[in-house]
Design a protein around this ligand. Sequence first.
Ligand code: ZN
Length: 353
Amino acid sequence: MSPRTLTSRMTFRRILKLAWATSLRISGAFWFARRQLARQQAIVVLTFHRVLEDGDFLATNSQSGILVRRQTFDELLRHLASRYELIDLNLGFPATGTSGLRPRICITFDDGWLDNYTSALAPLKSHRVPAAIFICPELMNTPEPFWPERVVRFVRTQCADDGAQATAAVRTIIPDAPVISTADELIEYLKTLDSAKRAQLLSSLTQSHERTSMIDSTMSWEQVAEMSRAGIAFGSHTQSHQILTRIPSSDAERELRDSKAALEARLSRPCTCFAYPNGNANSEVRELAARSGYELAFTTRPGVWTQGSDLLRVPRINIAENKLVGSRGYFSTTMFEYEVFWKAFRVGPSQPD
Ligand SMILES: [Zn+2]
């Protein structure tokens, strides 16, 4: 199977983006951005979620914005290992780089998906690339632990990917719901609802007796322990993936503290890193993370970390297959540099709210 058939169609927009990225590379813009970031001793943190073999890449119910093919991941790591200084979160954020010439990159994964163990670990080991994984202790070894996969499964299997059917089903519960064309649109709509309404809609749309996909599972604690012994850093992503800005602060503090304690008990090492679910971190939640003993905490806001930036609201660049591949579906350094260095450089260091 050609990789091109696995990624989104070559739309006119994508062709334009590739052409624009190529012209920027030829003009020297990426070279300039990399050099500036290296001079600033910046750290560009990448967010991955899932790394999948091609069969699973097609079968998963996860949204495309969190997927990378294993072959693409392997090619990316080869590129990173040869060209960049890579940060090991077991050692924290070093103030300065060792070379001063190579941009610094830190690889992180959110959620603790099973494929981090089955597909990502071997390439990380073979290219000797450090990485950190943020997990939710209460959601380990669980099929479909997050609701977006259930929504995609519902639209695929019960609505035959037909937006009109999905809209009709949603309107039986919420009569004034908007017209929905795709699973992604339904997920975005569900995010706007309060958690009780969302839970009601989800439980009526997705039946508990339906077969869940084992592809969309999280790792077991044994697998986490094995990866930890292999040098992968682990941090907390709350106990149960609660959006901390939307729950009472006493609950948020419990999520922060209990998950830290669970990780420390399981792995017998300090847990000092944290990733905010959905990236949501206001000043109050940031303060709770500090009080709970975290030294580094990551958002999903794009940008770069530089000396003097907040260690408890570190920006990250989200990575997905479409941000890494060229017109034939293979890893493209031009696309990578456009999506990562150019965008990080354009946004610049994180600013306090
Ligand atoms: Zn997450």
